[in-house]
Ligand binder design. Structure first.
Ligand code: JBE
Length: 292
């Protein structure tokens, strides 16, 4: 996968060269290009912002530097795709039949442009999985009060534009959100995480929070480890863990269970769900109406 990020603080993205994603870049699994928006200005002060039409507090990012930067990103991504044996070809996993059916041939698809914004749709693990199937991603980091809206209209003719938010709080700009999203997507690329099994058992992989984990010693400062984990009975361990996932999800994130598909759960799990105040109807889990 190739990822392009445009920002007025390119150094902010430096940590993406470290650790797991740094290794992925060395291994050629991920190509990351960070572009300085100010390189697409031509005045002495390299101006990227101006006062808002209609008045109000703060500054708005000017349209033209963004258009030039995003045109540069498009050209760079096209050049990468054309290199023989590049990520645009052999490096990219073949799209699944379903994805190919939905989106048409990769060459006909518009590249995805993510615009981090507190006004975007909330980023989820499902979105991370979807984005990890793309050959290229671009991210536009806004600062100040945001980017002139016409940039998004202009960009929509060239990109599949997606305003996305990390969550319901306000950051100073898109950079931190991009770091989170690139990490969430990058670790799903084939070969990036050494043991792909660890992707299957983590929080949100199956719509549930992860079960609690323990390591040696079995008795620590008076706190023991649940007996079942020391039993060696893999079946019992698996059902205990699933029950813990359900209990934890019900306690911490009850909305994740409401409306979830009940098909993966057997008799024992359904009994736990009832105990936790949920009912199963028409194959869906619902929060049971509180009893009068
Ligand atoms: O989450 N985000 O993508 C943001 C971007 C910019 C400002 N605040 C945010 N929450």
């Amino acid at each position: 996968m190739r990822i392009d990020v445009v920002s007025i603080f390119p150094e902010y993205l430096a940590p993406l060269r470290l650790s797991l994603l740094g290794r992925a870049q060395e291994d050629g699994l991920l190509e990351l290009a960070v572009h300085d928006l100010r390189d697409f200005t031509f005045d002495r002060h390299r101006t990227v912002d101006d006062t808002p039409y209609g008045g109000g507090a703060g500054m708005v990012m000017k349209a033209e530097p963004w258009a030039l930067a995003l045109e540069h990103v498009l050209a760079s991504q096209a050049a990468t795709a054309e290199q023989p044996g590049s990520m645009g070809e052999a490096g990219q996993a073949a799209p699944t039949e379903e994805a190919a059916h939905d989106a048409g041939p990769a060459s006909a698809r518009r590249p995805v442009l993510i615009v981090p914004s507190p006004a975007g749709a909330v980023f989820t693990q499902a979105m991370a999985y979807e984005l990890s199937e793309e050959p290229t991603l671009a991210f536009a980091c806004g600062r100040y009060e945001g980017i002139d809206e016409r940039v998004l209209d202009w960009a929509a003719q060239r990109f599949d534009v997606r305003p996305v938010s990390l969550g319901d709080y306000v950051l100073n700009g898109g950079e931190v959100a991009v770091m989170a999203m690139v990490e969430a997507v990058g670790r799903l690329l084939p070969g990036v995480v050494g043991n792909p099994e660890s992707l299957v058992e983590e929080s949100h992989a199956d719509g549930l929070l992860e079960y609690p984990v323990y390591t040696k010693p079995s008795l620590w400062r008076g706190h023991g480890v649940p007996e079942v984990l020391l039993s060696g009975n893999h079946g019992k361990v698996a059902s205990w863990r699933l029950e813990q996932q359900l209990r934890r999800t019900a306690a911490r994130r009850p909305e994740l269970l409401d409306g979830a598909d009940a098909a993966p759960y057997g008799k024992a799990e359904r009994a736990v769900l009832r105990e936790l105040g949920y009912e199963v109807a028409d194959g869906r889990i619902r929060r049971a109406a509180p009893r009068a």
